[in-house]
Design a protein around this ligand. Sequence first.
Ligand code: NAP
Length: 277
Amino acid sequence: MSKIINSLKIGYIGCGHMAQALIRGQINYTKINPSHIFATNRTDGKLIKFASEVKINALKSNEELADQVTIIVLSVKPVDLKLLMEDLTPYLTSKHILISLAAGIKLNDLQKFYPTGRFIRAVPNLPVSIGSGAIGYSCQNNDPSLIAIADEFFGGLGTQYFFENEDNLDAFLVATSSGIGFIYEFMTLFEEWVGEHEFSSETSKQMVLQTFLGATQLALSKPENTFEELQNQVASKKGVTAAGLNALREFELDRVIRLGLDAAQKQNEDFNRILVY
Ligand SMILES: NC(=O)c1ccc[n+]([C@@H]2O[C@H](COP(=O)([O-])OP(=O)(O)OC[C@H]3O[C@@H](n4cnc5c(N)ncnc54)[C@H](OP(=O)(O)O)[C@@H]3O)[C@@H](O)[C@H]2O)c1
């Protein structure tokens, strides 16, 4: 059971996909009392609906939120961060700890908005909502008290990775957060092909899910094997799987995947350039 976190109130500014995933995870897995969680959102429709579903406190302004809470999670898109910080900084005090989820925006740059602030930069991914996330974070000056807070804040939400060197967070984001989107792309393509073979859409989806789940669970159960070794156990020479894999390699699937990962990495870097202080 969390000690520090249970004594602190938490406020989310921006109650979109990632904030909602974190809040669900924290209520169900970190066992944070929903009455300790507060949130605002630019437009209030989805906030009111979500807050009434999970029983957190919906607030009308970031000023009220800063007054109520100690930990403030900046869960807006990177493009909205500058405006948010302009609105928020007049209400910040030395009690606040700021956790930024904004892709690509580095700790140094966050501090330019509020030089006396204590910042954690975190990269969670959506499975935090079911306690199966991958969460990376770095803390300003590697401050042990911030590391302890981050450790508890994300406790129970999945596997945590603390990076002393913040540069690692950017590659982490592409692999684990964007990675989820890439996996769904593969699943969609598999499902489309399966669906062309007279299975119901429900069966097609189930087959894809079971295949991805089985592959992951088998790999987890055999930590001594590399992915390539596991693949060799499926793909006997001149067999069915080998024929398919050969075709994928002929069309340079590796290059296509790299192009996708590199494009995601570039977008992440570009977010840092959109900030003008
Ligand atoms: N989604 C992911 O998988 C993921 C993974 C890693 C990191 N992140 C990071 O997490 C952050 C949030 O992403 P998201 O996917 O959750 O985006 P999202 O669904 O668009 O949510 C962002 C929310 O912020 C609200 N907002 C914008 N400015 C505001 C302000 N000044 N005050 C209060 N609320 C404000 C928006 O309100 P409206 O409803 O009015 O637009 C929106 O609901 C981003 O910085 C992203 O880089 C996301």
